[in-house]
Design a protein around this ligand. Sequence first.
Ligand code: SF4
Length: 534
Amino acid sequence: MITKVFSNDGALAKAIPGFQPRQPQTDMAVAVHQAIEDSGQLVVEAGTGTGKTYAYLAPALLSGKKTIVSTGSKNLQEQLFHRDLPLMTETLGYTGQVALLKGRANYLCPERLSQQLIESHDGHADPTLLSQLVKIRSWSSETKTGDLGECDALAEDSPVIPSITSTNDNCLGKECPSYEDCFVVKARTRAMDADVVVVNHHLFLADLAIKETGFGELIPEAEVFIFDEAHQIPDIASQYFGQSLSSRQLQELAKDINIAYRTELRDTKQLEKVADRLYGAAADLRIVLGEPGFRGNWRDMVGSPAIARELVRLTDALELVEEVLKLSLGRCQLLDAAFERAMVFKARLARLCDTTIPGYSYWYECSKLHFTLNITPLSVAEKFREQIQIQQGAWIFTSATLAVEEDFSHFSHRLGLEPAKQFTLPSPFDYSSQALLCVPRFLPEPNSPGLANALVDILSPVIEQNQGRCFFLCTSHQMVRNLTAGFRETLSLPVLAQGETSKQKLLAEFLELGNACWWQRVLFGKVLMLEGRH
Ligand code: SF4
């Protein structure tokens, strides 16, 4: 049955113009089908262009089993949900329910939006912020999902987003007055009821970490788990099986206490005082931690007298918050939730300061204004294996890069896997004749003022020759802005840039225009990629 789907006259050939059967793709689909039948573990390294997405989607859909597909990023998640999955469900005549579930930071929080609107009417609000909030409120009455990625009025990296989305820390849960309208709750309910749920690794691993503590679950129980871009899982798992505390979290807590004081508890002046003290203690610890952009060994720092002194002040500030908030419990939901957070943060800070427990890396990092203290387990293999044993079913891991010279032991060992089958499928692309790598010489130093102009001069003729159709990745927003301005002056082609509208609108425009260039910021490395439309 499964080989038929991928054959010359199979369902895919009938549905996709130009589809050609590829033996590696069929081999992978057969292996995925077998792993699902046996409820086994499978690891497949599938080179770029193998068609691995269809190779796992088809057997998963045909199995009729409840399936979770986890991808490496939100972008891949959207691509899978909006493009690949609809094509496969239609092609295979699949009638089950499918759902997309992202992390809570992607959904509008109606409660925080209304708090922000109340706050911004005090006459001091920035007019740009106010106008954004008004646009979001009007969008919120039309949207079905509350997914901010669909709000064209809001740029992907808009600074307003943290104030209108929730975190685990500040969500009021079932006590929330807006619970009935909550988009996070609705998205989770849809996911619970669906037969196929598309998530990303961060969300999946956050869910595993929550299950470990015995609290609520975000992701429904399933029988088939498929991880695309699986090479990212060990590192992401380390983050979620560890613990961290940031000055941002502490200051957000202080802000919420202040909001509760200003909006509902004007008679309790002490709240303002303890909030200010907490805010200041977090800021002072940031100052003694030194230069921004630094990551260091927390075990080395925690014994320094200046840091130890600030840690005592921070612990005292949290204790005082706890004492004062306790007196007003039951009077304001925001404050009740803040009280719970203060207790969690105090316990976490104590755990972070006890650096004697082996098996963990203790580290910290500083940005200009904030610090984060972290404990990361040195191995997640045991915890991950436990979860696989608890959650019986098929566990399938795939990516273009998993093996080292066809040896999967490093990857499997890091996650505690014991796959029944593992193999590599080579990429069908002939890179040496289909791709060209150019490394320009004599460019100004990174971050130097002339770099953007030099790149514009070198690349404009190449881009014109390629008739646009370019995707350009930069390492900073500033570079995106500089290059966008430079290319708009020199090119006769449309130029799209991250941050000017929502990502989905950008993507739709890029595909519709056919000859556009797209400038996007990335976090890792500097890459120039010219690609045809496909
Ligand atoms: S339940 Fe949480 S996320 Fe939902 S509206 Fe309330 S505060 Fe926001």
